[in-house]
Design a protein around this ligand. Structure first.
Ligand SMILES: [Zn+2]
Length: 495
């Protein structure tokens, strides 16, 4: 219900950050009434130049008109929000996270509840992310139910939840940490043969799930000689998936596997080479196949994790977690910041610098993904801003990095109602107090976030995050050191 305060017009109520109505009230206002946002630099999110002094009209959660200030026809009685001096960009969309298991400083299957999934999506929204897709790590029944409930409006405003089914050889797939969540929940379909893979693809398609991720590598650095998914399995897997119109993502981290999966026609190549340099053969295959490419580089970026802008992530963390992080009690990065960087780190940096521009020049269609969800220090929403900063550091323009994080992901998610600021799209946007075209780190200067025309109540969310009870005694999964695999997860002998 609209509560009119005498002497105050509607736009003041909507625009003023001092007016904190309940989210439900704001939703009613914004969707039922027209609001003109005017005066900001508007970054559209596609290849077009920004509208300096732009204006856009939001009605019923959607953009009803957009143009230069003064050129947009405004219905009688519309509210006006003055955004002079601000920059507006679409909310970001992330095609690769791992949701539900992180609990600030704990990481456990015991954390996996609808409330925790929602908490993660709220943190994404807080940082200006409108949709996020979790990859191969959810039981399908749980994920479908959550998605339906969110669509039905049962949850408060948060990033929209998407998920992909996951497939791997028995005991293979997720890394040393994630597998401790996915195994007890039977979240990954395990397949050994082409026939099994085809049967699972049909099952996934019948369940109306649109995306599949498979893991190809054997985790030789962390989990020993697990079985890999061989081409004899993944080639028919991809072919069958395409018959059903599914999008296929492949986790592949070395040269040989990347060549194999891209040649086989995978739609989305996940990861980049960190221990090897790309060669002419892979570049030729990329040029021919032009897959989407989710490089996921930020997670290993020691410089940001050790020396980066901690205050940005600390906004959403309870005080005990901040204390733990400052004391180095987090498993990222490895080795910890107090220890010298490993020689592999310098090698990684050198390889990223060499490889990244070559993938792009060969036509790999880079798209935003972060792998967030494995550490409080590398978490939801924060990771997006860091990942796109890396794109710019490695050679993209700021405008390209914004497209990669806004409009490009919707091609992979196959939703067409968001990703750019254009007539007919949802009013999903971030108001920034600095211009990210000048410095990509200005995406962090978030003034407000709107999803579906509703201003996300960031202050209320922040207060909630700060109050979160942190169970530091909960199962703390850590990389390498403390991990003893359950017998069912022990490496299997090769066939
Ligand atoms: Zn991942």
């Amino acid at each position: 219900m609209l509560i009119q305060h005498p002497g105050r017009c509607l736009w003041q109520m909507l625009a003023g950050s001092l007016v904190v109505a309940s989210v439900g009230t704001i939703r009613t206002h914004a969707q039922a009434n027209a609001v003109l946002y005017e005066g900001a630099r508007v970054i559209v999110g596609d290849a077009s130049p920004p509208l300096e002094k732009g204006a856009f009209l939001v009605q019923n959660g959607h953009i009803a008109a957009i143009g230069r200030e003064g050129s947009v026809r405004v219905p009688l009685g519309a509210a006006h929000v003055d955004l002079a001096g601000k920059t507006v960009m679409p909310t970001m969309n992330n095609v690769h996270i791992h949701i539900g298991y992180e609990g600030y400083m704990s990481w456990s299957v015991a954390n996996h509840t609808p409330e925790n999934v929602l908490d993660h999506l709220e943190r994404e929204a807080f940082f200006g992310v409108g949709t996020a897709m979790t990859m191969g790590d959810q039981p399908s029944s749980f994920a479908i139910r959550f998605q339906q409930d969110q669509l039905a409006g049962k949850f408060p405003p948060a990033a929209r939840f998407f998920f992909s089914a996951g497939m791997a050889p028995p005991g293979g797939g997720p890394d040393v940490l994630l597998i401790q969540g996915t195994t007890p929940l039977h979240a990954v379909y395990e397949v050994s043969t082409a026939d099994q893979a085809i049967a699972v693809v049909r099952k996934i398609a019948a369940g109306k799930i649109g995306e599949i991720k498979f893991w190809v590598d054997n985790r030789d650095n962390t989990r020993g000689s697990l079985r890999k998914m061989p081409p004899e399995v993944y080639i028919p897997l991809i072919q069958e998936a395409h018959k059903h119109g599914l999008i296929v993502h492949a986790h592949a981290t070395n040269l040989q596997d990347q060549k194999g999966v891209v040649k086989a026609g995978v739609d989305v190549l996940v990861h980049t080479l960190t221990a090897e340099k790309v060669d002419d053969e892979l570049l030729a295959i990329l040029k021919q196949m032009r897959p989407y490419w989710v490089p996921v580089m930020g997670l290993g970026d020691r410089s940001e994790l050790c020396d980066g802008d901690v205050s940005f992530i600390e906004q959403v963390l309870p005080d005990p977690v901040i204390a733990d992080i400052r004391a180095g009690k987090t498993w990222l990065p490895s080795p910890p910041c107090s220890a010298p960087a490993s020689p592999q780190f310098a090698q990684r940096e050198e390889n990223l610098k060499y490889n990244f521009p070559k993938y792009i020049a060969a036509g790999a269609r880079i798209v935003l993904g972060t792998d967030a969800g494995v550490s409080a220090k590398y978490s939801y929403g924060f990771a997006e801003h860091h990942e796109i900063e890396m794109y710019v550091r490695l050679g993209l323009t700021t405008a390209e990095a914004i497209q990669v994080s806004t409009s490009r992901p919707i091609e992979v998610l196959r939703i067409h109602d968001t990703g750019t600021l254009a007539k007919g799209k949802r009013a999903d946007f971030i108001v920034l107090s600095a211009n990210p075209l000048e410095d990509i780190r200005n995406t962090r200067a978030i003034d407000r976030v709107y999803l579906y025309g509703v201003q996300v109540d960031r202050l209320a969310l922040q207060a909630k995050f700060k109050r979160a009870v942190v169970d530091r005694d909960a199962t703390q999964a850590r990389f390498h050191k403390d991990y003893v695999p359950h017998p069912s997860l022990a490496p299997k002998p090769p066939d």
